[in-house]
Design a protein around this ligand. Structure first.
Ligand code: ADP
Ligand code: ASP
Ligand code: MG
Length: 816
């Protein structure tokens, strides 16, 4: 015989009740089940709300109407008109009783726990009475059972403790004479020895099912709910949560104790004592096999079973050198709390033993403090104990699983995921069973934390990076195209999912925490975007508090730079092709590096120098492994590279520059390339990365151009001056040629000094053979002494720059 319990949503509508009844009918083909029902979803909350309103003297009548409508709608839908009346009548009597009770509460303006239980009991009584009647049409011998009569408890109203012996006798006696029937039993409600209604605690219908199962030695307890069993996290919070096939009683207990609402924690106790398996099934997907909770649960490869959380918690800190830590103190403290029925969710004690921190529900915090003040009055007066401090607005996150016991590094994984996401941990507790590690964090960080920790433990699933992109010019656009094309590859090869959670250009901005579509982001931004506001874009990005977040700056603008520091401080990584930040003053460069390190996030800017070529990365790796840079030589401007690689033979300088411009290799005014300023910025960043604290003014730039060309008032005049100065350039070219050399405009870092100058190099120099618009850089180091390490290739253009940004983003992903 099985016990089938259906939760609030399963009895929440006519449609769902039909499904429920077909599940019961199906089970009846084997043997008569005992069916335990909850109140219709929302009803217990409504009753609570009305009771509290009545106590405050507020109007509660709308609630009664709402409850009535919910039930009557079902009755009209599922019972033929002729059979409706008896049910209407009975429910009407129930509703009148609720009204009378609320009226007395309102008159006295007092709501005792006892009265509250009485009021709440109607939720289950109404739903169960109604469903049992509807059942009689299709299920033979279906009867209504007021479960309160058979579960006997103490007087702890609101969370009563079951008198197991007496309860088992009563249930057995009743069942003996009724086992030919299908019992529809009210969940949640019970009664004390005087026959007053008590309740088993919110979510307690699950427990009712377990109590009946234990009393009747049932073969199985089925908990029918609205999700696919117990999942690795609350699916409302973690989209990637997946169902668990099996759990031990302890694991289920720990997960539910720390917030996995899908099963009420005490349910596990009677089931465990009698070794009755519990299976959590989905009413809306009956074919789903369910999560089995049993004693011989197979071990799995998962490092943990799940992550659960409680989003409302307060902590109380007790300190005092003269008291805390002394034998007997915690004994006194916790027996006091237990005597006063204050449930302690978690306790930690510092190893110095001078402080104890424990967590309670926020509604218990004030009581706890006043009990402590009374109990320890003498110690407080004598200053052996400090006044207790309460901190609210906190949440508990717990990772749970038996495998943790056997696997080192579990807490490391947990804390690095929290740390990387800038989540401050207020207190930590590890159950001595090692089945659970729990941490207390800020309530606002909870969703981010649960998602980040889920990503960190379930690495078989794709990790998610949430990126916020600034700039939709050539590079931004190309990046989105590349991301779109590479998505499937990233998913299958790198187990990485990149979601574009926000886009802004100078006109519009848009956000979507589920990820914007890369196929039509442009029209989406145009039609649904809000007016752009950079400060607001950054604030919103921070405010969304998503896990594994990256800010991608694809602009060449000064404007975003002022936000970098604050972005790092919010534990968000930055990837940028924008050189403006790193090439302004050294102090700023340094502060970005420090902030990224301090907040445990990444700052990648490979494309600041040579687009996607691995230059910054190579230098970083050389430095990290202890190599010393003796010299760096480089040509880091595609334009200048093109011009000098082609200024040879009969070609004149004017013609070569003009050709470069026609090919689109130059800025609108070619002097912006030829004046060496941009080149200087790149050399400066390299020098800084190589460990030299240089400023822009320390870089010596030799002019390629004669004064007249530089001073020309327009581009047109500039070209005229180039023509006029043809002999000067011819002269340079011929001089080089006569010595068997070529002209190259080279940036050099040596002995901590940077200069950029026009040089003549012979064929022994690695830059001699350079062609097209390629960039080249050579590193001469302790290890690469006789032959330098050379990186060469295309160092400009949207495709290669976007590819560089892309690979920086992926690198951030690898670090998560
Ligand atoms: P019922 O009314 O059927 O008793 P509950 O609302 O009490 O249902 O519990 C089911 C809900 O528990 C789910 O809808 C889900 O949002 C929530 N939940 C929280 N944590 C988990 C988890 N780890 N696995 C599955 N569901 C969870
Ligand atoms: N109806 C009760 C509640 O909402 C009991 C339950 O659903 O299990 O808490
Ligand atoms: Mg429940």
């Amino acid at each position: 015989m099985k016990i089938l319990k259906f939760g609030g949503t399963s009895v929440g509508s006519a449609e769902n009740i039909k499904t429920l009844l077909s599940i019961v009918a199906n089970e009846k083909l084997q043997s008569n089940p005992v069916v335990v029902l909850s109140a219709m979803s929302g009803v217990t909350n409504l009753l609570t709300d009305m009771a509290e309103k009545a106590e405050r003297g507020e109007d509660y009548n709308n609630g009664i109407k709402e409850i009535e409508n919910k039930h009557f709608e079902v009755i009209r839908a599922l019972l033929p008109a002729a059979s409706q009346n008896p049910v209407f009548t009975r429910l009407k009597i129930f509703f009148n009783e609720i009204e009378d009770l609320l009226q007395s509460v309102a008159n006295l303006q007092e709501l005792s726990l006892q009265t509250k239980d009485q009021i709440l009991s109607y939720g289950e009584r109404c739903s169960t009475f109604m469903v049992s009647h509807i059942a009689t049409q299709t299920i033979q011998n279906a009867i209504y059972v007021n479960g309160a009569e058979y579960i006997k408890t103490d007087n702890n109203f609101g969370q009563a403790k079951v008198n197991t012996e007496l309860t088992e006798v009563l249930i057995n006696d009743f069942y003996q004479t009724n086992n030919s029937k299908v019992l529809f039993v009210t969940g949640f409600i019970s009664s004390n020895s005087a026959g007053r209604i008590t309740t088993l605690g919110r979510g307690g219908s699950d427990y009712t099912a377990a109590v009946w199962a234990a009393a009747l030695n049932a073969e199985e307890i089925q908990i029918w709910t609205d999700v696919n069993g117990m999942m690795t996290a609350d699916p409302r919070m973690v989209k990637k949560a997946f169902s668990l096939p099996e759990l031990s009683y302890t694991e289920a207990m720990e997960l539910s104790y720390f917030g996995a609402k899908v099963i009420y924690p005490p349910t596990m106790i009677p089931a465990f004592m009698k070794k009755i398996p519990i299976v959590i099934k989905n009413t809306f997907q009956p074919e789903f096999e369910g999560t089995y909770i049993k004693s011989d649960a197979k071990s799995s490869n998962l490092p943990i079973k799940g992550i659960s959380s409680i989003d409302q918690i307060s902590i109380i800190n007790l300190t005092g050198s003269g008291m805390v830590g002394k034998a007997g103190f915690s004994g006194r403290l916790f027996s006091l709390l237990s005597r006063e029925q204050i449930n302690v969710v978690l306790i930690t004690q510092s190893s110095s033993e001078h402080s104890i921190t424990f967590a309670v529900k926020p509604t218990d915090a004030a009581h706890a403090i006043s009990f402590i003040q009374k109990e320890f009055e003498l110690e407080l007066d004598a200053k052996k104990l400090e006044l207790p401090e309460v901190e609210g607005n906190l949440a508990v996150l717990a990772v749970v699983g038996e495998n943790m016991k056997r696997t080192p590094g579990m807490s490391g994984r947990l804390f690095s995921a929290l740390g990387r996401n800038g989540i401050n941990v207020r207190a930590i507790a590890q159950g001595s069973s090692e089945y659970n590690i729990s941490v207390i964090i800020g309530k606002d960080d909870l969703s981010k934390a649960v998602n980040a920790v889920h990503d960190a433990f379930f690495t078989d699933l794709k990790r998610t990076l949430n990126i916020f992109c600034l700039g939709t010019g050539n590079i931004g656009k190309t990046l989105f195209n590349q991301l779109k094309e590479q998505m499937p590859f990233l998913a299958s090869n790198n187990d990485l999912q990149v979601k574009v959670a926000g886009i802004s250009n100078t006109r519009k901005m848009i956000f979507n925490t589920n990820g914007l579509s890369l196929a039509d982001w442009e029209s989406e931004l145009d039609t649904n975007g809000e007016p752009a506001d950079l400060a607001n874009f950054v604030e919103r990005m921070k405010g969304l508090n998503l896990p594994n977040c990256v800010f991608v700056d694809n602009t060449a603008s000064e404007a975003p730079i002022q936000y970098y520091q604050g972005i790092f401080e919010s534990s968000i990584s930055i990837v940028t092709c924008n050189k403006k930040g790193n090439s302004a003053d050294f102090a700023q460069y340094k502060s970005f590096k420090n902030a990224a390190r301090k907040f445990g996030v990444d700052f990648y800017y490979e494309t600041n120098v040579g687009a996607g070529l691995p230059i910054i990365r190579t230098l970083k790796e050389l430095m990290m492994s202890g190599d010393k840079v003796a010299r760096i030589e480089a040509i880091l401007s595609g334009t200048i590279s093109y011009i000098f690689n082609n200024f040879k033979g009969d070609a004149g300088f004017y013609e070569t520059v003009k050709e470069a411009q026609d090919l689109g290799y130059t800025e609108p005014d070619p002097r912006d390339d030829l004046n060496g300023k941009d080149f200087m910025r790149k050399m400066l960043i390299l020098a800084r990365d190589a460990g030299y604290p240089l400023e822009a003014s320390d870089v010596k730039i030799d002019n390629i151009l004669p004064e007249a060309c530089l001073n020309a008032s327009s581009v047109e005049d500039f070209y005229k001056e180039l023509q006029a100065n043809a002999p000067y350039f011819e002269d340079l070219k011929n001089k080089a040629k006569n010595d068997g050399k070529v002209l190259r405009y080279i940036g050099k870092l040596e002995d901590g000094k940077v200069n950029i100058s026009l040089q003549m190099v012979d064929d022994s120099h690695p830059f001699y053979m350079l062609s097209g618009s390629d960039n080249i850089i050579s590193f001469t180091t302790n290890r690469y002494k006789t032959r330098p390490l050379v990186v060469k290739g295309p160092g400009a253009g949207a495709e290669v720059t976007a590819a560089g940004v892309f690979s920086d983003i992926i690198n951030v992903g690898q670090n998560h």
